[in-house]
Write a protein that binds this ligand. Structure first.
Ligand SMILES: [Zn+2]
Length: 534
């Protein structure tokens, strides 16, 4: 049977960026674009070049993507101006990307109230904008804003808006449920009618989640004919969010209704990376993950309570709709540590650590990880700290940086001054490190690295080390607040690693994460051991 092709359009970087509290930097955008490109979504909407400095800069030096098409977002031309003379369109045309997605009105109420122009003018704006980009060789997508509300109010006009874009040569006409209030049955009926006028292979769906139906609406639209789905990682988006691609993608792959009829360009091998992708976005946003998120949440396959657990242990199918491994998640059984062991083993394997599954050291690592997680550690985003911890418990990491004591002094008279002092014992010698910086972590880092010239055997490992990012999260565990610090480091090879430190004291948490970062560098480059007598 020939299966129809479905296209995935990600709008995390544009619509997702509308979320309250989300403020992507250019670096965040580049990171997210890379994750999406690795997964293999068809389109990545990068933002609105010209609308704000971050988006302009992002398109100025666009990321290298695999097969994903970078898309710029913008608005139809202004009324009373020709498309050729519209500076907004010119800016979009000059953006470094293959495709543009242009939003325009499809609801006469909005044309009147929001734009204050005539219905015909809006149609002309859509038509001329589409023609302008198409003649200038951009792949053109038309986002028909408020299409469903527009269709309910005035179907003829709403359809005319779509027709203008389609007849001018738009590759995609995207039906938007901008206010997110349309229900799945309505979506099905309306898409069915639209697809008699514009072929489904040119139709997309953009659903908001205001009735918790964005995923259902997207899937219903596909069954009714559309062939492009727009959504975001974790359903990120303004108000109640957008359609969540972390649920849509696995559904398309794993549910018979869809996988028998449709194929998508995303490689099935990438499916197990979705859990990580979801958590990485939370990490970038410095946000606690939603445990109960479908497919990828940490509770999505956790079982508690006698009957369920014993049934799941006999056959997981009793209480699981899919095998969690398929999406990179794992089963956790709260009263037994079977799942914890399997999880630890799979992580050890990921870092190339060979160990027999029956080796008692597996239990030792599990106990230590559990103990640390209880006190606030999280190794989900801290691969380097996990690798170090496991290898230390396996006796594979020699002693490197033996810290005797450290001190940080922050003083303010006219300006803030931070000085740090760290004393190490290396090869039996006391190494005193003093330095200053613009804050405690910077001062500690400067103190250590500027003084390691005194330790020739380690100095050469540190000169190319760079701290890229520093994130602090306050965790509320019972009566006291605990601080978790995550540091991202890199070196001349350009590969970054993440380390974590936890303490009720923010400086101590930072110091732990910093020392882990330095020790990880020494470990991965097989630096010689510190020869202190034990
Ligand atoms: Zn939207």
């Amino acid at each position: 049977m020939i299966r129809d092709k479905l296209y995935i359009f990600d709008t995390t970087l544009r619509d997702g960026a509308q979320t309250q509290g989300v403020d992507f930097t250019v670096e965040d955008k580049l990171k997210i674009a890379k994750i999406l490109s690795d997964i293999g979504v068809d389109y990545i909407e990068g933002g609105w070049p010209g609308a704000n400095p971050v988006d302009t800069k992002f398109f100025g030096t666009p990321p290298e993507l695999n097969k994903s098409i970078l898309t710029a977002f913008g608005m139809t031309k202004k009324t009373g101006r020709s498309a050729d003379n519209d500076p907004g369109l010119a800016q979009l045309l000059s953006a470094n990307c293959q495709a543009v997605c242009i939003v325009g009105k499809a609801w006469d109420f909005h044309v009147k109230v929001a734009l204050g122009i005539k219905n015909e003018d809006n149609l002309e704006n859509i038509r001329e904008t589409a023609k302008y980009f198409i003649k200038n060789k951009k792949e053109f997508l038309f986002d028909a804003e408020h299409f469903f509300d527009g269709y309910k109010a005035n179907p003829i006009y709403a359809l005319n808006c779509l027709r203008e874009a389609y007849d001018a040569g738009a590759r995609w006409v995207v039906l938007c449920d901008t206010n997110g209030g349309t229900l799945p049955n309505e979506i099905g009926e309306i898409v069915d009618k639209v697809s008699k006028i514009i072929p489904g292979k040119n139709l997309g769906i953009h659903a908001h989640n205001d009735t918790e139906n964005a995923v259902a609406n997207s899937l219903t639209a596909v069954l009714a004919g559309v062939r492009q789905i727009q959504g975001t990682i974790n359903g990120l988006g303004e108000r109640c969010g957008n359609a969540n691609l972390m649920s849509i993608i696995p559904t398309l792959f794993l549910k018979k209704t869809f996988n028998e009829k449709f194929e998508i360009n995303i490689n099935k091998d990438k499916l197990p990376t979705l859990t990580e992708c979801s958590r990485l976005l939370d990490e970038i946003l410095n946000k606690k993950s939603n445990k109960s998120m479908a497919y990828v949440g940490s509770s999505a396959f956790s079982h508690k309570g006698g009957l369920h657990v014993s049934a799941v242990q006999k056959d997981p199918k009793t209480y699981e709709h899919i095998d969690p491994k398929l999406v990179g998640n794992h089963r956790s059984i709260i009263i037994s540590n079977q799942a914890g062991r399997a999880n630890i083993l799979s992580r050890l394997k990921r870092y190339g650590i060979k160990i027999d599954s029956k080796d008692p050291k597996v239990q030792k690592i599990l106990d230590e990880v559990k103990h640390r997680e209880f006190s606030g550690y999280s190794y989900d985003g801290a691969d380097a700290s996990f690798e170090l911890l496991a290898n230390r418990l396996l006796g594979k990491v020699p002693e490197y940086l033996k810290v005797q004591n450290y001190k940080v002094i922050i003083s303010k008279s006219e300006s803030i001054k931070t000085t740090a002092n760290v004393n190490f014992l290396i090869d039996g010698k006391l190494i005193e490190c003093n330095g200053t910086g613009n804050g405690p972590v910077n001062a500690l880092d400067n103190a250590i690295r500027s003084n390691f010239k005194k330790v020739e055997k380690y100095y050469k490992f540190f000169f190319d080390l760079k701290l890229l990012d520093y994130k602090v999260r306050i965790l509320n565990t019972g009566t006291e607040a605990t601080t978790r610090v995550l540091i991202e480091s890199t070196d001349k090879l350009g590969v970054s690693w993440f380390t974590v430190g936890v303490s009720p004291n923010i400086i101590e948490a930072s110091f732990k994460a910093l020392i882990d970062s330095l020790e990880y560098k020494l470990y991965k480059e097989k630096a010689p051991a510190n020869l202190n007598e034990k």
